[in-house]
Design a protein around this ligand. Sequence first.
Ligand code: ADP
Ligand code: MG
Length: 161
Amino acid sequence: MQHIAIQLKDEAGTIALGAALARVLTPGLTLYLHGDLGAGKTALTRALLHAAGYAGHVKSPTYTLVEPYTIALHDHMVEVMHFDLYRMLSADDFLDAGFREYFNSDNICIVEWPEKADGVLPPADLDVFLTLAGDGRKVELVAHSDQGFQCLDQLHFAPNM
Ligand code: ADP
Ligand code: MG
C-alpha cells in the first residue's frame, strides 16, 4: 500500500496510531514527520516509543536536535533516533554533526522538520503528514520504498471515530 489517510479525533487517536506504527516498525526504517508546531509530531513519536516498550520520559529534542532511544524489536535491540531539526540553522550543521551516519540499516530514524535538512537528509521510507482538522488531526502516510510499503500493508489501525 502506498497511501493511507486517517482521522484522529483526539489525542487517544494519536496514541493508538503510535502503537499501530510501533507494531510494524522494522530496523533501518526512516520516517519523516511533517506538520506545523503543535500538529502532534512529538506526541506521535512518544506514543510510538512507549508502545515499543520504552518506559522513560520522551521529550522533544528541540535543543539537542536528536535523542536516542533503545527498544526491543522481535527480541533484537534497536536504536530509535528521534530528530527535531526545527532549530537547526543550516543543512551543513546536519553534516557537521555526523547525523547522516545514524541513517543506516540498523537504526530507526524519526525526523521532525525534515525540511530543515533539505538536500542532505537521507530519503524517507515513510512520510507522515499531520494537519489540524477541527479539534483533531488528519494524518496521511505515504510510502516511498519497499520497506515503507510493507509497513503500510501491515498497519492495522482502527480509528476511534
Ligand atoms: P509537534 O511536535 O508537532 O510540534 P506536539 O506533539 O508537541 O506537536 O504537540 C501536539 C499537541 O496536540 C499536544 O498538545 C497534544 O496533546 C495534542 N494532540 C495530539 N494529537 C492530537 C489529536 N489527535 N487531536 C487533538 N489534539 C492532539
Ligand atoms: Mg515536536
